[in-house]
Design a protein around this ligand. Structure first.
Ligand code: C5P
Length: 311
């Protein structure tokens, strides 16, 4: 007596978080999106995605770990939208998949967690379905899914223009030690942009040349001095504790501190693991901070991590 075991292929992809070293915000266009000049860096704070085949038309996602309980798992989830969009684009017959995301990137934290998962799904499902989409198609689909998704495919350190979705690599040397202060509650990205619109008078979004020069030279203190985020004031108005968080990190010796993206995560730069540990210690005892994470940058974007057959 024996039985036939269906051995399904399982695809695993690892995808990093991002921090914006510069986030310069211009005016909104007719669709409400703002023109950005941004410098992204991918950090070693990874979400891990496992995808396996499912019957035709079945698309499911589940989350475990950091903030999992707050995430919708219906068709509005960006991971499901990414899988369906790729299947449709590539005319994959009988497409279906079950996705499990082990989250470490904070939810609604300004580190592109949802966009990262969408980038991971594009890479994983493309592999699962026999690589029907060339890299250029994945980039186009990524931009349709969200402004941050194309960068999460690429990783490294890169300039983003347009909505932040036009990605050009930037010359960058050195390793950057980051300490991330996670907040007790998230911030909605549209709400932060709305608050920015209410108060700020946007100009052309110019990335500081000093920052680009510092990155090219691998001058970490100069990178720290030139971190900039035009959304920071809006994020601090919505979560005033962030002002104290930034001050505590800087007082503990960080070379620079910045609200990450639309916040509320604050990112602090150090030039060694030892200095970063001091910053983490100071932030860890502040009641305004829920948790502290350490990460290195830059790292690569969404990539197959390990392929293996289900047991
Ligand atoms: O593209 P994504 O869905 O990640 O953007 C989330 C929100 O952030 C948008 O709905 C918009 O309110 C805001 N946004 C913006 N300008 C950009 C990128 C995002 O106003 N360039």
């Amino acid at each position: 007596m024996g039985y036939v075991q269906h051995v399904a292929q399982v695809v695993r992809v690892r995808v990093p978080a991002k921090v914006n070293l510069a986030l310069c915000v211009g005016a909104a266009d007719d669709t409400g999106y703002h023109e950005l000049g941004t410098v992204f860096q991918a950090l070693s704070l990874w979400d891990e995605l496992t995808v396996e085949p499912a019957p035709p038309g079945v698309f499911k996602v589940a989350f475990r770990g950091e903030g999992a309980a707050f995430l919708p798992t219906d068709d509005t989830n960006l991971a499901i939208r990414a899988a369906k969009m790729l299947a449709e684009h590539c005319h994959v017959a009988d497409a279906g998949c079950i996705m499990l995301v082990r989250k470490r990137i904070p939810v609604a934290g300004g580190m592109a967690g949802g966009s990262a998962d969408a980038a991971a799904v594009l890479v994983a499902c493309n592999h699962l379905w026999g690589s029907p989409a060339p890299a250029s198609d994945l980039r186009d689909l990524a931009a349709q899914l969200g402004a941050d998704v194309p960068f999460l495919l690429t990783g490294g350190t890169a300039i983003g223009t347009g909505r932040g979705d036009i990605i050009d690599p930037v010359e960058s040397r050195g390793t950057y030690h980051w300490t991330l202060a996670l907040s007790h509650t998230g911030l909605s990205t549209p709400a932060v942009f709305r608050e920015f619109d209410r108060v700020a008078e946007p100009t052309a979004p110019r990335i500081p040349q000093e920052l680009l020069d510092a990155l090219a030279a691998g001058d970490v203190p100069a990178v720290g001095r030139n971190l900039v985020n035009h959304l920071a004031d809006a994020a601090i108005r919505l979560q005033p504790t962030l002002g104290s968080t930034l001050q505590i990190g800087l007082d503990a010796g960080a070379l620079g501190g910045v609200v990450s993206g639309s916040g509320p995560t604050c990112a602090f730069l150090s030039d060694s693991a030892e200095s970063a540990a001091l910053v983490a210690e100071a932030l860890g005892v502040f009641s305004g901070v829920r948790a502290v994470r350490s990460a290195l940058g830059p790292v690569t974007g969404a990539a197959l991590w390990e392929d293996h057959a289900a047991r």
